[in-house]
Structure formats: structure tokens, C-alpha cells
Design a protein around this ligand. Structure first.
Ligand SMILES: *[C@@H]1O[C@H](CO)[C@@H](O)[C@H](O)[C@H]1NC(C)=O
Ligand SMILES: *[C@@H]1O[C@H](CO)[C@@H](O)[C@H](O)[C@H]1NC(C)=O
Ligand SMILES: *[C@@H]1O[C@H](CO)[C@@H](O)[C@H](O)[C@H]1NC(C)=O
Length: 410
């Protein structure tokens, strides 16, 4: 629970700020605005709180992440199958349960905040959760998956609502375990951690792509977006009721630039950089709805900080200016086989395939550090680092709060 004094403080700030904005224009009221502004400052200097945007770096005690393959640090691998080499080669030197050659945006996030890598909630062999937990799994959707679930199909059963119920369990049970003291206590977060932690979200792509691969038309997929986004909002509300206050939400990546999409829908019209226009427009449609939904949540929950992070635009600059940013061949998969985009559905990265009677391993390109797409669907560590550096500045966020200041209200 958030301390009572903090809630009173935030309510008072809100009240005073709203007073200063409720009389715009009239010169008589300018005095009143200045008076209220000065009392805000005085209030701050006497109580140690500040209503004005603070520039002090945050010390998040923990991160709780919800998402799919783009932020899974070992959940899917623990529950189902480990990826094969060359996954993990660049940073971990072996497969690390990540759909990448190295680190993901969530890894750069914890490094940047001086926290250890996040253990996956599903990983029973790595159980230090004192600084957070990761509920993301490969193939997760926001809505209950419509595609067949593993082991019959490819979809993950751990869709967003299930990840949130796992979090609810985690919150309760971790406190019971803490009470056993000793080493148990050191492996679980403190109770006050939950209100101060950063909650990060990176999910939605599979809701759209799984529908596309079930042969739904673009029009049908677009029609489903409002419902998908509503489900997302419901989960944020649920987490808020469980005590979460700081939300950092990534929007959808430019899926129309993925080797997987370009190969699967070869007749799609391309934009000036070679990405499939309609599929990027689909992502942008989702992003517009998501942005509106988060704006509504900000009104509903004035005590929360809810940041919308435009990862789409940060990553799209890798397609418009690859060379300037130190990259090459952004539309071609690094680890893959076949065709214009070095990608084939039956030639997944790390698998052994038969070509003209000869077995070959689908391996990595020479230098993943200058490549954008790792395996045709996921980005390389280099691209993840590039994107993290851009979005953590706050330059791509709404409201424009840098990561390190996201603990401050607004
Ligand atoms: C778990 O991680 C925390 C934070 O990094 C650390 O302080 C604690 O000692 C760790 N517990 C064990 C048993 O390693
Ligand atoms: C989608 O359409 C393709 C081509 O018509 C077909 O091969 C494939 O089986 C269909 N997939 C599903 C899930 O219906
Ligand atoms: C953010 O944008 C500002 C203004 O365009 C620029 O000066 C600054 O370097 C950017 N910061 C980062 C970290 O990209």
C-alpha cells in the first residue's frame, strides 16, 4: 500500500494545480495563479515533497514485466522448450531463454536502473525475485489466444490476464514466504516494493499476427483492435487495484518491416524503405487506440503515472536511416535461410534443414551487431540497445518522462 501521507500530498498537489488552471485568461486571476504557485513551492519546501516536476533519479526497488517474446527472459523456455544456439550467442554465450542473440529492451532497462536481470516467474530454477519478476512468455497475446495453444499449436496459454493473475498470486505468496525469514526473505520483495516498482508492458503484436496467420483479412483484424485494447486496459485497472502505480507501456513495433511479414505476404505494397505499408498501418492503428486508452486511464487514475512509449517510431528510424545509425540490410534476417529476406517458415533460426539432400544448420550472419532483424521476427541485441537508448530518454514518450524519472508523478 502507498503511504497515506503520499496520497494526501498527491491529492493536495492535484487540487492546488487544478485551482491554478481553472481561471485561465483573466488578468485578475493571474495574481491568484501566482499565489497558488508560490504556495505550491512553500508547501514543497516545508514538507520535503515537490509538486513541481522533480529531476531526482528514481530508485525503483523492482520491475514487474508483462509481455511476449520481445521481453521474455526465460518463461517460455522454462515451461516448454529452450531455444537452440545461436540464440544467446552475442551476450550470454548460450541460449538464455530469450528470442534474441543477446539482451532485450527489458534487460537494458534493469541494467540502466542498477537492478539484476529479471527472473521469469515460471522459472523454478532461478528464484531470486527480490527485485522483480517477469511474467512475459513467447507468443503471448492480450486476449485469450484464438490460435491453437502449445503443444497442439504455437500460441502461449499465458495471455495477459493469466500473467496478471500470476502476479496477484506472486504478490500474496511472496509475502507468506518472506515471513519464514532468513534466506526466504532475501529472495522475495518487501511489501512496500509493489507500490514503488515499475510495471512494464510489451504486448499486442501476437494478437494481430496470429489472426493474420489464421487468414483473417486486414479489415477483420482492424475491427478487433478496440476489443484487444479494452482487454489491455482492464488488466491495467486490475494491476492498479493490486497496488501498481507506475506503468511504462511500449507500443507496437513496425511489423510491416519484419522479414516474416514481408515473406508471408509477398504481394503487399511497400513504402519508400521497403516495408509492407498495410501491415505497418495496422500497427499504427493499434498504437493510436492504445495511446487513447492510456490517456483515459490517466484521467481515471490521477495517482498513477502511465507512460506511453513510442517504440514504433524509435525502431522505424533503423529502416529510414540504417547506415547513419550504424546498421545494414534492415529488412533481411541475420539468422535465417532462403529468399529475398533470408527467412522461411520451415527454416527457423537454430534448426537443421535439408537442402538438396544435405543437412545444414540455420545459423547466424557474420556480424549481428550491425543487423536489425535477428531471426525474421525479433530484433538483434544491437537494435534493442539502439531502441532502448532512444526511448529511455523520454523523447518518444507521452508524457515525455525519461525512464529514470518515471517514479515522479506526471
Ligand atoms: C537476491 O537478490 C537481492 C538483490 O539483488 C540480494 O540483495 C539478495 O542477497 C539475493 N538473495 C540471495 C539469497 O542471493
Ligand atoms: C491460410 O491460407 C493458406 C493459403 O490459402 C493455407 O495454405 C493455410 O492452410 C491457411 N491457414 C489457415 C490456418 O487456415
Ligand atoms: C532528445 O531530444 C532532444 C531535442 O531534440 C535532443 O537534444 C536530445 O539529444 C535527445 N536525447 C536523446 C537521449 O536522444
Amino acid at each position: 500500500m502507498m503511504k497515506k501521507s503520499v496520497i494526501y500530498h498527491q491529492l493536495l498537489c492535484l487540487f492546488l494545480t487544478s485551482l491554478s488552471f481553472s481561471f485561465p485568461g483573466k488578468s485578475m486571476d493571474r495574481t491568484r495563479t501566482i499565489f497558488i504557485f508560490l504556495s505550491l513551492l512553500l508547501y514543497g519546501s516545508t514538507t520535503g515533497f515537490s509538486c513541481v516536476f522533480s529531476s531526482e533519479s528514481c530508485r525503483f526497488p523492482a520491475i514487474f514485466n508483462f509481455g511476449a517474446s520481445n521481453s521474455d527472459t526465460g518463461g517460455f523456455a522454462a515451461a516448454f522448450f529452450q531455444p537452440k544456439p545461436p540464440y544467446g550467442d552475442t551476450f550470454f554465450g548460450m541460449p538464455s531463454g530469450r528470442a534474441c542473440d543477446g539482451r532485450l529492451i527489458v534487460d537494458f532497462t534493469v541494467e540502466n536502473l542498477d537492478l539484476p536481470f529479471l527472473s521469469s516467474y515460471l522459472n523454478s530454477l532461478a528464484i531470486n525475485f527480490s527485485h522483480g519478476a517477469n511474467f512475459a512468455t513467447v507468443s503471448s497475446t492480450i486476449r485469450l489466444p484464438t490460435a491453437d495453444v502449445i503443444p497442439q499449436g504455437q500460441a502461449s496459454p499465458f495471455y495477459l490476464s493469466l500473467q496478471c493473475s500470476q502476479f496477484a498470486q506472486f504478490k500474496n505468496r511472496s509475502q507468506i514466504i518472506r515471513r519464514q525469514g532468513g534466506i526466504y526473505a532475501s529472495l522475495m520483495p518487501r511489501e512496500e516494493t509493489f507500490a514503488k516498482a515499475l510495471y512494464t508492458f510489451d504486448i499486442g503484436q501476437n494478437d494481430l499476427t496470429q489472426s493474420l496467420f489464421l487468414n483473417m483479412t486486414i479489415v477483420q483484424v482492424i475491427a478487433a483492435i478496440p476489443d484487444i485494447v479494452n482487454h489491455f486496459s482492464d488488466n491495467i485497472k486490475n494491476l492498479y487495484s493490486l497496488g501498481a502505480r507506475l506503468f511504462w507501456v511500449y507500443n507496437m513495433r513496425p511489423i510491416g518491416c519484419f522479414p516474416q511479414i514481408l515473406t508471408s505476404f509477398p504481394s503487399a505494397k511497400k513504402d519508400s524503405v521497403g516495408c509492407a505499408k498495410l501491415y505497418n498501418r495496422l500497427a499504427q492503428r493499434f498504437n493510436a487506440e492504445l495511446k487513447n486508452a492510456l490517456a483515459r486511464l490517466r484521467i481515471e487514475f490521477p495517482l498513477a503515472t502511465i507512460v506511453y512509449v513510442d517504440l514504433y517510431s524509435a525502431l522505424y528510424s533503423l529502416y529510414t536511416h540504417p547506415t547513419k545509425n550504424g546498421f545494414e540490410r534492415p529488412l533481411v534476417a541475420c539468422c535465417g535461410y532462403g529468399g529475398k529476406y533470408n527467412y522461411g517458415r520451415d527454416a527457423a533460426c537454430g534448426e537443421t534443414i535439408n537442402v538438396n539432400g544435405k543437412n545444414i544448420m540455420v545459423g547466424s550472419c557474420k556480424d549481428p551487431s550491425v543487423r536489425v532483424s535477428w531471426d525474421g521476427v525479433h530484433f538483434t541485441e544491437a537494435a534493442n540497445k539502439f531502441a532502448f537508448d532512444l526511448v529511455s530518454s523520454g523523447n518518444f514518450s507521452n508524457p515525455p518522462i525519461p525512464l529514470k524519472l518515471a517514479c515522479h508523478h506526471r
